[in-house]
Structures are given as C-alpha cells and as structure tokens.
Design a protein around this ligand. Structure first.
Ligand SMILES: [Mg+2]
Length: 329
C-alpha cells in the first residue's frame, strides 16, 4: 500500500475525495467521514491491522529519546492516535461475521496542518559571534596557512578548512571553553523556544561548525532541540578534533551537514519552513524558503542582497522568533 493510494473506491462505492490511505509515516490510517459506513474485504482489514501495529511501533519509537542527536536521520513524526472505531467487514469470498476496523476521524473539514519548522544556523545566528572567528583571534597561532582563502577559492571544502583550523588549537581546555562561553548564545533562547512551540513552530539547528561546543552551550541553556552538526572532541595538545558526521540523508561532503537537505526534507513533508543564517554555507538552504521566511545577516545577507534576493534582516535571534510568533498559524 503506497502513500496516497486510494483504497478500493469502486468497492466502497465512494468518490475518491472521501477515502484516502495515508502514507507509512501516518501509519496507514484510513480517513473516513463521520457519516459513512465502511465495507471492506478481508485483505484490506489485514492491511489495516498491520498498519495499526506499525503505528504503535512508530509511536513507541517517537517516545524514545534518539540514540544520537547527530545521527542525521530525518525527524521522526508521531503518528496520529486512533480516535474512534467504526466499520463492518463483509467479504463473500472469505466471510468473517463481524470485525471492527480502526479508522481516524479527522477534525472537520480537513486534517490539521503539520507544524511549521524553523531551520537555524548556530554560529553567528543563535550566537552573536562565530567560534571560528574567535578562535582565529584568540586561540590560533598567527602563522597558519590561509585555509579560509583556500576554501573561498574552492581548493578546500568548508569542512576541511574548519577542521584544519580547529586542529591547530594548542590552548588549554579551560581557555577554549572561555572562548566558547564568550560566543554570546541568545540569552532568551529557552523562552523563545517555548513561545515558538506555542505558536506551532518546531526548531532544528543545522551547523557546519562542531557539535562539541554547540551541545555544551545548548545544555547549559537548558534547551534540548535537534542538532545536525559535525561531531568532535577537544584533546589538549591536539586541538578540537572535528569529524564528518556518519553517512545519512543529510550528509554533505562540503559542509559535513546538508543544511539544504534538511530544509528540502521538511518542505517535502508539506511543512511551512523558515530559515535563519549568517554565512556563505547558509545560502543554498536560505534560497529554498520564501523571501518572507528567509532571515539573514552578515555574509548571507550580503550575498542575498548582491543577487537581488529578498530576505528579512535581523540583529539577534530573538528577533526571528518574535517575528514568527507574531504570524498567523
Ligand atoms: Mg553561521
């Protein structure tokens, strides 16, 4: 049974807009108007029961914490609860006296829209300053090769450039953590996330930087949101060792994390998607969302302005949150 299949409509004697089999992500629920009695064959009932079992499994998975917040798997969505049971089975070739069929009765007149999603960069977007830029000023020796220039010239990937810089850090962990704490994480982040949640917005971080300092700052702020970034660890004498994320649907050779892939995935689910960023690596993802949901500052704002693309400027991340919360759901 495939997403969007229309189930045995001729047998049901119903027009196509009345009965729809939803995709696996919604666990094969059958949507039936309140006043319609359903006639299904045994095979259809077995499929419905299998999908009900799948729904239970999917709900259980969604309740469990993800084993890794950086596993680069698409966001899991909790399937709908079964609200009401109606329906009588009647199959002349394989008779069963009476079977109750689980069906979902949607709110009238249509299914509720999926929650909106804000995809946000971290360095220089959720924080005032970029870790890389602070590291160049305060943690790295002056005589390093120009990895940034090599990246801008296309001779290194963005991931390789950052990884090279981070591996030259020879300061103590305490000194590095002091710099991390001076990145200036949005001070109202926790409150903003609560307000966005109430307004129907989920938030996910996509970063070409390193999860080592992102996880640390988010945990200290008491927030737990999905993070797609490059894993890493700090080892005194060897620097911040950044690694590419494991293979997955949002892996990018250039950035480590495919920010645009995360946006495309959410758009493919029919969600309203906003994007906030500040750097060159944000450009592709930013261009996938409408002008009025594209938030930019810094280098991203400059390249968008140069190419005549519309965007909403912001000075701090809470401006983005406040703007989105003020919009109709
Ligand atoms: Mg950034």
């Amino acid at each position: 049974m495939q997403h969007g299949d229309v189930l045995a409509l001729a047998r049901l004697g119903m027009p196509s807009q009345q009965v729809v089999v939803l995709g696996a992500d919604l666990a094969g629920a059958v949507v039936v108007p309140d006043d319609v009695e359903v006639d299904l064959r045994q095979r259809d009932l077995e499929q419905a029961r299998e999908h009900q079992d799948d729904a239970e499994e999917a709900r259980e998975r969604a309740r469990r914490p993800s084993p890794s917040r950086h596993a680069l798997t698409p966001l899991e969505k909790e399937p709908p609860e079964i609200d009401k049971v109606i329906g009588i089975m009647d199959d002349p070739t394989n008779p069963v006296k009476s079977t109750r069929l689980p069906v979902v009765i949607p709110p009238s007149p249509a299914m509720p829209p999926a929650r909106s999603l804000l995809v946000t960069d971290f360095d220089g977007t959720l924080t005032r300053d970029d870790f890389y830029q602070l590291a160049v000023k305060e943690l790295l020796p002056d005589d390093l090769p120009d990895y940034w220039g090599e990246y801008r010239a296309g001779r290194l990937t963005h991931f390789e450039g950052l990884r090279n810089y981070f591996s030259h850090i020879r300061k103590s962990e305490a000194e590095v953590l002091d710099v991390v704490h001076r990145m200036g994480l949005e001070p109202d982040l926790a409150a903003c996330l609560r307000e966005l949640d109430s307004a129907g917005w989920d938030v996910v971080v996509t970063s070409a930087g390193c999860a080592w300092y992102i996880d640390l700052l988010l945990a200290e702020a008491g927030v737990d949101i999905p993070v797609y970034s490059n894993p890493g660890r700090f080892v005194e004498g060897r620097g911040l060792l950044m690694e590419p994320p494991p293979p997955g649907p949002f892996f990018s050779h250039d950035l480590g994390v495919d920010k645009a892939g995360v946006v495309r995935h959410a758009l493919g689910e029919g969600r309203r998607v906003a994007f906030a960023g500040d750097g060159f690596p944000d450009q592709e993802a930013a261009l996938l969302v409408p002008d009025d949901l594209r938030f930019a500052r810094g280098d991203l704002a400059a390249v968008l302005a140069e190419s005549g693309q519309g965007f909403i400027p912001y000075s701090r991340w809470s401006d983005v949150a406040r703007d989105l919360c003020g919009r109709p759901a």
